[in-house]
Design a protein. Structure first.
Length: 252
């Protein structure tokens, strides 16, 4: 090949690469301007998992999932929106799931959390050490985060900073400290035990939170929290099984 053709071919390759459509990306942006960017392939994987968990919710004969919508929740008083308050196990076979009325697009997140939480309740020893309980709750909470990301990026869910914080905290490695600092009811007294045993992790989380989400109020325990009742005549939640995420521009 003549030497003069090599740089021409290389330049042509760069032009073609620049002209090719970029992979579709979806992002969350924190109040401080930080962003979490997700490829469509990541979101499809999350959606497949959410669909599988919803099938479990519908078909598992061992657990009755009572679904409903609660009243509107404001960012200034977010307690009912946190999954450990919205998903209320009554026993190892009955659980109430109350999605805030203004966060209906996030029903997948609450469904994810409910199914994963009931698996923990039915399949683990409550006498396990606190570290094990907190570690399992981190996994369950991460499932909620995936559902919340789907709601925000694919299905037009509104921003809600207290729940956006969960996604950014996971990305920053602070999810376990967050659930301990918020006194996640699913781990009971183990939240306080873990926080007392890991003061450095709590301090690091709170320093990160003050910078990434400066508009949020101070972290407060959920002591005395009473969950709202679900709307008795609210519309049924639509199954997500038939949904498809948007196609990328120019995609097939």
């Amino acid at each position: 090949m003549p030497s003069w053709r090599r740089p021409l071919i290389a330049a042509l390759g760069l032009l073609l690469a620049a002209a090719a459509p970029a992979a579709a990306q979806h992002a969350l942006v924190s109040p401080s301007g930080d962003s979490l960017v997700f490829e469509l392939s990541e979101l499809r994987t999350m959606l497949d998992t959410a669909r599988a968990l919803y099938t479990d919710l519908q078909e598992d004969p061992r657990v009755l999932y009572s679904l409903g919508f609660g009243p509107r929740v404001e960012p200034s008083a977010p307690r009912p929106a946190y999954p450990w308050n919205a998903v209320l196990p009554q026993s190892d076979s009955v659980v109430n799931v109350i999605t805030p009325g203004n966060l209906r697009e996030a029903d997948r997140a609450y469904h994810n959390y409910a199914v994963m939480q009931m698996r923990v309740i039915r399949g683990t020893d409550p006498d396990d050490p606190c570290d094990a309980l907190v570690q399992r709750e981190e996994t369950v909470l991460s499932s909620f985060v995936d559902g919340w990301i789907l709601a925000r990026t694919l299905f037009g869910g509104p921003a809600f900073a207290p729940l956006d914080e969960l996604a950014f905290a996971r990305d920053a490695g602070h999810l376990r400290a967050l659930l301990a600092a918020y006194r996640d009811a699913s781990v009971g007294a183990c939240a306080a035990t873990w926080a007392e045993a890991n003061p450095g992790a709590i301090d690091a989380y709170e320093a990160w939170r003050a910078e990434a989400f400066p508009g949020l109020g101070p972290v407060a325990s959920d002591t005395g929290f009473v969950a709202p009742e679900a709307e008795p005549d609210g519309p049924p939640m639509a199954p997500p099984a038939g949904e498809s995420p948007p196609r990328p521009p120019g995609g097939s």
